[in-house]
Design a protein around this ligand. Structure first.
Ligand code: SIN
Ligand code: MN
Length: 202
């Protein structure tokens, strides 16, 4: 059966990409990552706490603090990031075949009320490589804008098991999550939404 695919301003959305058993295994892997590298609330450069909690797996993790945004080889506690689990790498291989291997799996956790403002993913060195995003748990309202700041935007609800590929001409498109529908999924026992983004960093 062909996989359902939608184009949202150049971002490819695959709503039913991952079945429930796969989603459950991915959640298990995320819990292992968070045990090795605990989730933290990053601060922005301006000292404002972000509403999502984050951690990473891979050679690099994404960090934000008063010194700015960047990739680091270590968790703020000083421990190395755990490796990217095979089940997560399998998603990359399926949706970004023939691309370089991902060097970071950023894990975002959206509790009730958390959101992420419109931004570009531009801390990576090689924009020929896509960002592959996996949604787990509660639905999130994903907004996609333009390469430039401002202008029209379009939104779609990303349900658990959806994969989005931000690549090609849309690699630097502005995107964000306006809100989640807390309690809309039973995948996570305490609710909320997990988003994984796989990136090639160097
Ligand atoms: C991100 O842009 O890093 C996260 C996107 C999402 O949560 O769907
Ligand atoms: Mn992003």
């Amino acid at each position: 059966m062909d996989l359902e695919r939608h184009d949202l301003r150049g971002v490819s959305i695959f709503p039913g990409a991952l079945d429930t058993p796969v989603q459950e295994r991915l959640v298990e892997r995320v819990r292992e990552i968070a045990r090795a590298a605990p989730m933290f609330h990053p601060e922005t450069r301006w000292g404002k706490q972000m509403s999502v909690k984050m951690t990473s797996a891979g050679e690099f993790g994404w960090i934000s603090d008063r010194r700015g945004y960047r990739y680091e080889r270590r968790h703020p506690s000083g421990v190395a990031w755990p490796r990217i689990p095979d089940e997560v790498l399998a998603v990359w291989d399926r949706f970004a075949p023939a691309m370089r291997a991902p060097e970071c799996c950023l894990v975002n956790y959206y509790a009730e009320g958390a959101r992420m403002g419109l931004h570009q993913d531009r801390d990576e060195a090689d924009f020929s490589q896509p960002v592959v995003s996996v949604s787990l748990g509660d639905e999130g309202l994903f907004r996609v804008g333009n390469l430039e700041k401002g202008g029209k935007t379009e939104s779609v609800w990303l349900k658990s098991g959806a994969v989005a590929v931000i690549g090609g001409e849309a690699r630097l498109v502005h995107h964000g999550v306006d809100r989640i529908r807390f309690g809309s999924s039973r995948l996570l026992k305490d609710g909320g939404r997990i988003n994984l983004t796989l990136r090639v960093v160097t």
